[in-house]
Design a binder for this molecule. Structure first.
Ligand SMILES: [Zn+2]
Length: 104
């Protein structure tokens, strides 16, 4: 099953799922492997990476954005993390605003 916010919302959950994360820049074509443990060290295990992008670290790249993608297994489908936003319901459930109704 390709990555989705329903499977792993936070960085810690992505790490538990064993997903591979990469960043790529459409402006300069740079591709970087992103270590989930490294992100956890900087941003904390509860950070939500869905909907996030970052400035491109490319030396000669002005204004490019690093777009993140994740895949669950080698050869699997890449899911774009940066353009996928978790459903509000998922976020509410996590922040305790809505009661957890359990699996439906
Ligand atoms: Zn770039």
């Amino acid at each position: 099953m390709p990555p989705a916010p329903e499977l792993a919302l936070t960085l810690a959950e992505m790490h538990l799922q064993g997903w591979t994360l990469k960043g790529s820049c459409r402006r300069c074509g740079l591709q970087v492997r992103v270590g989930v443990p490294g992100l956890i060290m900087v941003h904390g295990p509860d950070a939500i990476w869905w909907g996030k992008d970052a400035p491109c670290p490319g030396w000669d790249c002005a204004g490019g954005r690093l777009i993140y993608s994740a895949r669950a297994v080698n050869g699997g489908t890449w899911t774009c993390v940066s353009t996928t936003r978790p459903r509000q319901e998922l976020l509410d459930r996590r922040s305790g605003k809505a009661p957890d109704l359990g699996p439906r």
